[in-house]
Design a protein around this ligand. Structure first.
Ligand code: CMC
Length: 435
């Protein structure tokens, strides 16, 4: 990285000022390189929540939160959602370029032929309680992949890294569908190689051995779009977790399991589940008539209630993924004859009220992708507690692409933040009888 400009940091306590290089990306805010700050001044920076900190250099995904723009490897999310399928998007995220026809077929073939999981894994599932949350199972089984596929865990071997990436993308649908089947007591369904990636997910979730199941093409397209829209989102909490875990040299399966655990939180991937539960709650307590009372609760500074599916750390404009998901929502509800679905009507009304309300306008709180993805998934028959698993399935490719980029970065170091310590000073222990 070349630096044309410098930033000067001066101190009011008489310490000499210091200069730091400023780097320019291809687009987006410049960064001040403060890596030598501690060495030169004995001081750390303080930035909980990484509000102003770029933790890595990346070439994968770019978000312009003010414009409401999302680019994967330079391509706008709208163009990818209209013209590509999920596996082409995976190829792009992993390799930096869209595949030609031969590359697409080769990639599809590789992913398709890694979809089965070791048969012994079925016994691993049996160790979970039947009513376990599927995300709890997913964290466990993805972490356990490193025990089943130890032959691809050497992170310094590019072939191992490639096979692990293919294995993770290929096996996630199988693993998350098994989590669902286990929870409802139905037999696990093996993947079918003649189906597309998204159709296979639907087959493994909804088919049973008793009768034929033909995935509805409109719903397959909708699921494929959900996967594309969630495939990567630069340095969010789960991706940063994957990078941090990976920075210690941990194997990719363990790192992705850490990402899944982080994604589960309601402020992140758990928001689609939380959003649908919120819509259900409003519906049960009077529906559209009661939106006003709910909004009042959300705006009350003494209440912890938030409007789920609204707001984003980076987007201070309409989330471009939400626009596409809204479109898909209409398509799916039309196809299933659910145009007058009361929950959808409630969501539309809530969106309209929030977009006009001064509280939300002032804070630039717009609907995010999860506001609509829950409604689409519910209409498709995906149970609410599986929503975050679908998100994890989609985000796996982003996590691997970012992990791979980090491993290949020669400046990569183990992640080790520092702290502002405000606890007790050194003191001597008092024996228990005198405390
Ligand atoms: N409802 C009501 N008020 C909100 C909301 C919300 N959903 N989000 C933010 N605010 C308010 C917040 O109270 C604060 O107000 P004030 O300045 O008066 O204290 C202001 O807006 C700024 O909030 P913040 O917590 O500093 O913003 P953040 O950037 O740290 O939080 C967020 C981002 C996504 C965690 C938050 O907007 C939120 O909790 N949203 C609901 C959960 C959600 O939908 N998450 C999914 C994110 S998209 C999926 C993904 O990419 O993971």
């Amino acid at each position: 990285m070349k630096s044309e400009h410098k930033a000067t940091l001066s101190f009011s306590d008489g310490s000499p000022s210091v200069e730091f290089p400023i780097y320019q990306g291809t687009v987006g805010p410049d960064v001040i390189d403060i890596r030598k700050l501690y060495g030169q001044t004995g001081k750390f920076t303080f930035d909980p929540g990484f509000m102003s900190t770029a933790a890595c250099e990346s070439k994968i995904t770019y978000i312009d939160g003010d414009k409401g723009e999302l680019l994967y490897r330079g391509y706008p999310i709208e163009q990818l959602a209209e013209n590509c399928d999920f596996l082409e998007t995976c190829y792009l995220l992993l390799n930096g370029e869209l595949p030609n026809e031969a590359e697409r077929l080769d990639f599809e073939h590789r992913v398709t032929h890694h979809t089965m999981v070791h048969e012994q894994m079925t016994r691993f599932y049996a160790g979970f309680r039947r009513d376990a949350h599927p995300m709890a199972i997913l964290v466990g089984v993805v972490g356990a992949l490193s025990a089943f596929y130890h032959d691809s865990t050497d992170i310094n071997n590019p072939d191992h890294r490639f096979v692990s990436a293919i294995r993770l993308i290929a096996k996630m649908p199988t693993l998350m569908s098994m989590a669902y089947k286990y929870s409802c007591g139905e037999p696990f369904m093996y993947p079918r190689n003649e189906l597309s990636y998204a159709a296979n997910v639907m087959h493994m979730l909804f088919a049973t051995p008793c009768e034929d199941y033909k995935p509805n093409p409109i719903l397959v397209k909708a699921l494929d779009r959900i996967l594309i829209l969630h495939a990567d989102h630069e340095q969010n909490a789960s991706t940063s977790t994957v990078r941090l875990a990976g920075s210690s040299g941990a194997n990719p399966f363990a790192c992705i399991a850490a990402g899944i655990a982080t994604l589960w939180g309601p402020a992140h991937g758990g928001a689609n589940e939380a959003c649908l539960l919120m819509l259900n709650e409003i519906q049960e307590h009077g529906g559209i008539e009661k939106i006003g009372a709910y909004i009042d609760k959300v705006k009350d500074p003494d209440s912890p209630v938030r409007l789920m599916g609204f707001g984003h750390r980076v987007y201070k404009n309409y989330d471009p993924r939400a626009k596409l998901m809204r479109e898909t929502c209409h398509e799916v509800l039309n196809e299933l004859g659910l145009k007058d679905d009361p929950l959808f009507a409630l969501a539309m009304k809530l969106e309209q009220i929030a977009l006009e309300d001064d509280y939300f306008v002032k804070r630039k709180l717009y609907p995010n992708v999860d506001f609509y993805s829950g409604i689409v998934q519910r209409a498709m028959g995906i149970p609410v507690d599986m929503f975050t698993c679908v998100f994890a399935l989609a985000r796996t490719v982003g996590w691997i692409a970012q992990w791979n980029e980090m491993i290949g970065d020669k400046d990569q170091k183990i992640g080790r933040p520092r702290q502002l310590f405000t606890g007790a000073l050194r003191r001597d222990l008092v024996p228990i009888a005198q405390r």
